[in-house]
Design a protein around this ligand. Sequence first.
Ligand code: SAH
Length: 349
Amino acid sequence: MKSLYDLTFNQLRDFCVDQGWKKFRGQQIFEWLYRKRVNSIDEMSDLSLDTREKLKEMFTLEACVVKEKQVSKDGTTKYLFELSDGSLIETVMMVYEFGKSVCVTSQVGCNMGCDFCASGLLKKKRNLSSGEIVAQVLAVQKDLDAVNDRVSNIVVMGTGEPFDNFENVMAFCEIVNHDRGLAIGARHLTISTCGIVPKIREFAKMQVQYNLAISLHAPNDELRDKLMPINKAYPLKELMAAIREYCELNNRRLTFEYILLRGINDQDSHAAQLAKLIHGLNAYVNLIPYNEVDEHGYRSVDRASAMRFYDKLMKQGVRATIRKEHGGDIDAACGQLRAKHEQQRMEGE
Ligand code: SAH
């Protein structure tokens, strides 16, 4: 059965019209879901009992069940949710000066196989539905309701490759962006991809205002092939061509994510290659301190080396930032909390 959270505003409106209901029913239901944030269809008190019964016959309103919640000293909150089929997923809420940002998961597991990442330790089981991605944000928002606060930003940077679940991720963005609902500004939404070229092209043509982030992590094919298997399918030349196309069609600044791995991609020569690679693009580089994953053996750079890399980029005219670490005292690295739980499950079986 479909969840009501799967439907975009327009889909909900069309559904109501198909039922022979008044057109504004769709808007009414949408507002119950995302403004009043009810937990059941029964609570939609201005709908007739018949309407509510019909909705209950056709849709669930299943939310994410909290299995574990870790709160860091800096306010970062990591949720481990259980879905209706028993799958476990992670969602993180981060506290910034500008507001509260939620990092959502888009797939159960991931098949991209990046060599440094904890998410890929568990292969993709399935895509999340749009409603399951929406439910993550709603769960966090309901916690924030208690303190009169709101989710202001969303990053699709949790477990999974969003462009490997393109339609559901786009529907999710439309739902949380809609001004009759959570009204998260399009420019406050960021989708991060490891570089699935045909989908970058498709996204570029849609000309939506969501931010695009590219996980680059290496400035040449030899190194990127080793770190990220996707590079064998879509090498840098093709990736950069798609990105240039995106920049031509969209007047939006792009982000390149670059994890600094000690002794791997952190040398001056790498900074020079990187500057050359992205020269002339309306983009900036987000340098990410690596969250060490026991299973992989990669090490993070120290602060001084990160600064040196940063300076090198800036001197070559590349705008860069060093990402602030959040939740260092909890299992905040991508996929760590879930991996730990799956491990425990396996041991318990
Ligand atoms: N599949 C998408 C989105 C999920 S990963 C993508 O690749 O962009 C989100 C970001 O976290 C990516 O840039 C990824 O490379 C990075 N990442 C993965 N493992 C990490 C770790 N242990 N420490 C820091 N960043 C990590």
